[in-house]
Ligand binder design. Structure first.
Ligand code: KIV
Length: 272
């Protein structure tokens, strides 16, 4: 596999397909606001996902279901204002595309027009085929999402690994091929066996981005707040924490409280 890294001034859906073709792995992280997105973009992440995980991470909901289209547009617009290089993908939230293809297209158009993002992501396979087709026909790039699809949590009942049984694995592979055929530019595979994820990545020409799907895929995505350790209660096996910001921020904030209480802050040089 080639390790040569081409410089992409601006990452596009075409760059991602090129990266897969040359064996360059794709890095993807979530961001939901201007300040974080600026750091993520300048650190060289290829794709920024304005994920509906904002429902958990930013709003404190238990699931991704409550977040609205207006709220997703608000988050996406903030991210768009920060970005110079990364490709921005925005999740279509639960309830904004499942009822019919026309509604799906209207929701995707609102995201593109009102936020200035570059593409949308939808969860599901053959059951949302017509919606994906309609969005693609309007010239909007679509990323698919298979495996554990958190918007269906009440159907699954748990967040455990998906597609361990043969029938579900076969359906997933079929769905991935269908998404490729329709014209999706990439697919997220969430929490499925590594062997199956690799098989999918080898069966399609579009990039497969994994989260809890092992190393045999074309790229990786994590939720930013998890990988920098701002969250600390969520500890799945696939998560690598690069920082422990929860602890570090708590220590700094406690220090500030102490400094205010003891009148250490502000000192002579911190006032006018
Ligand atoms: O919303 C999100 O953050 C996602 C990732 C987990 C892929 O969909």
């Amino acid at each position: 596999m080639s390790t040569a890294k081409k410089e992409y001034k601006r990452v596009t859906v075409k760059s991602l397909v090129d990266m897969k073709a040359t064996g360059e792995k794709i890095s993807m992280l979530t961001a939901y606001d201007y300040t974080m997105a600026k750091i993520v973009d300048s650190a060289g992440v290829d794709v920024i996902l304005v994920g509906d995980s904002a429902s958990n991470v930013m709003a404190g909901h238990e699931t991704t279901l409550p977040i609205t289209l207006d709220q997703m547009i608000y988050h996406a617009s903030s991210v768009v204002r920060a970005i110079y290089r990364a490709l921005i993908v925005v999740d279509l939230p639960f309830g904004s595309y499942q009822s019919d293809p026309k509604e799906a297209l209207r929701s995707a158009i609102r995201i593109m027009k009102e936020s200035g993002a570059h593409s949308v992501k939808l969860e599901g396979g053959k059951e949302i085929k017509e919606s994906i087709k309609r969005i693609l026909n309007a010239g909007i790039p679509v990323m698919g999402h298979l495996g554990l699809t958190p918007q269906s949590i009440y159907k699954f009942g748990t967040y455990t690994v998906r597609a361990k049984e043969e029938q579900e694995a076969e359906q997933l592979l079929e769905d991935a091929k269908m998404l490729e055929k329709l014209g999706c530019f990439a697919i997220v595979l969430e929490k499925i066996p590594a062997k199956l994820a690799q098989q999918v990545a080898e069966s399609v020409s579009i990039p497969i981005i994994g989260i809890g799907a092992g190393s045999g895929v074309d790229g990786q995505v994590l939720v930013l707040h998890d990988m920098i350790g701002m969250t600390h209660e969520f500890n799945p096996r696939f998560l690598r924490r690069y920082l422990n910001l929860y602890e570090e921020m708590s220590t700094a904030i406690s220090q500030y409280v102490d400094d205010v209480k003891t009148q250490d802050f502000p000192n002579e040089s911190e006032q006018y």
